[in-house]
Design a protein around this ligand. Structure first.
Ligand SMILES: Cc1ncc(COP(=O)(O)O)c(C=O)c1O
Length: 455
């Protein structure tokens, strides 16, 4: 099929995810056919640097024959068996490996097929866990403004981005959102407990009644408002607040898990053991769909041993799929054997120095934020004068100017308008010096286009 035919047929038969009609019908709609390392190729053979690792997931890079071989072998041996009243070696091995990487006593893995399902499962586990201990009133959830936790109705309820929720009418009751950490820092001689967002968390718990709150959800570094790295001590204080009120702390590590921040999990980086940890994306580097919830041993046992519980009343046919879990094991082995996390740690200073140089060179870069291989560049009208972007300029930048400049530069990544005008950078974790330099050069071109448009 010619690429023009693929586009026309896609419009007829393929219904896209989160894609405006204008982009879906555009003659520029990317048709990607092949990947190799940190690059992908379209039908015309054009090479693009993948600055978003697919969708924050292709941590080990494209075109791995070892992972494909593991999948093939598993398909030939046992392509399917459910995780209902049965176990199989592929899932057991992956769960053991993941538990070994996770902090503290996060030792039990409940596998699903996506990040949304992982968050959905964490919501249901939290509610059933409390109920099994005689605390059926604990049904409410608290999450943060602008946080993205997925699209199924429960996960969407804890998501804090209004425009994703509005089309669907009433969602789960009893979900509250508190401020994220944008612009916050711990006062000199003060502590994280004085952060306005955490004071608001405590006030919210008190308002709702602590005995009604089941769980608090947060990402180690929040993506949607632009790679918000938490202030010093934030996660320790979150942990302390949840402990004080008997609330489960859920770290949503769908993006931060499996090396994105330079550690196996973001929770490790910020020195906390959450009660539940949701993951997906990087667990297989996208070679197969997989998600899951890591559960602290005593909570999992608590639910299974409870006279009123005894079973987690939740599951899915494809949960702990043999091929996906086998792929996860192969992916984690490659990340480990090739010291991919070491690569992130070694190159983080180069990445950050490059971003600082770009910010110095471009008057429209307000700031960059992030850590590891996970960054957001936030744009403004003019940094020096404090002139902000108009709504119209922001729309033009995100829909036209940045995508065009990215195409010219051979870069694929995400211009973002969730709360500000941003460009998100999250390359495969195997990117070396040359790839990082290629990425920064491409971003320089995009930032120059932004400067030119708003001048
Ligand atoms: C933090 C977080 N949680 C949950 C999800 C939902 O994951 P999925 O798209 O696999 O359903 C995402 C997706 O980007 C995410 O970033």
């Amino acid at each position: 099929m010619q690429s023009s035919d693929v586009r026309a047929t896609a419009r007829q038969h393929l219904f896209p995810h989160f894609t405006p009609r204008q982009a879906w019908h555009s003659p520029q709609l990317p048709v990607i056919v092949r990947g190799e390392g940190c690059h992908v190729f379209d039908e015309e053979g054009r090479r693009f640097l993948d600055g978003l690792a697919g969708l924050f997931c292709v941590n080990i890079g494209y075109g791995r024959s070892d992972i494909a071989a593991a999948a093939t072998e598993q398909m030939e041996t046992l392509h399917f068996w459910p995780n209902w009243s049965a176990a199989h070696p592929a899932a057991v091995e992956a769960a053991t490996k993941i538990a070994g990487l996770a902090p503290g006593d996060l030792d039990v893995v409940f596998f699903v097929n996506s990040g949304s399902e992982a968050v959905e499962s964490a919501i249901k586990f939290a509610r059933q866990y409390h109920r099994s201990r005689g605390e059926a009133s604990r049904t409410k959830m608290i999450a943060r403004d602008m946080a993205y936790h997925g699209t199924s109705m429960g996960a969407l309820s804890v998501t804090g981005i209004p425009k994703y929720k509005e089309p669907f009418g009433p969602l789960l009751e009893g979900v509250r959102h508190i401020p994220n950490t944008l612009g916050e820092s711990v006062p000199a001689q003060g502590s994280a407990a004085q952060l306005p967002s955490l004071e608001k968390l405590v006030a919210t718990i008190e308002e709702e009644g602590p005995e009604t709150v089941a769980a608090v959800f947060a990402e180690p570094v929040q993506n949607s408002r632009g790679a918000l790295v938490p202030p010093e001590g934030y996660w320790a204080e979150l942990r302390a607040i949840c402990d004080r009120y008997g609330i489960l702390l859920v770290a949503d590590e769908v993006i931060s898990g499996y090396g994105r921040l330079g550690t196996w999990f973001g929770s490790e980086k910020f020195g906390v053991v959450p009660d539940l940890l949701t993951f997906a994306k990087g667990s297989t580097s996208g070679y197969a769909p997989l998600g899951g919830v890591l559960i602290r041993q005593e909570l999992a046992e608590g639910l299974m041993d409870s006279p009123t519980g005894g079973v987690f009343t939740h599951g899915a046919t494809w949960g702990a799929h043999p091929v996906a879990t086998r792929v996860a094991t192969a992916n984690l082995k490659a990340l480990h054997d090739e010291d991919v996390l070491g690569n992130v740690g070694r190159l983080e200073p180069r990445f950050q120095a490059g971003l600082t140089a770009l910010a110095d060179a471009h008057p429209t870069i307000a700031e960059w934020r992030g850590t590891g291989f996970f960054y957001a560049i936030e744009f403004t009208g003019d940094r020096e004068s404090g002139r902000t972007l108009t709504d119209q300029q922001s729309v033009e930048l995100v829909r036209e100017v940045m995508p065009r400049a990215m195409r010219e530069a051979g870069l694929i990544t995400r211009p973002d308008d969730r709360g500000a005008t941003m460009l998100i950078l999250s390359p495969p974790l195997i990117a070396d010096e040359a790839v990082l330099d290629e990425l920064l050069t491409a971003v320089d071109h995009v930032a120059a286009a932004v400067d030119g448009h708003v001048r």
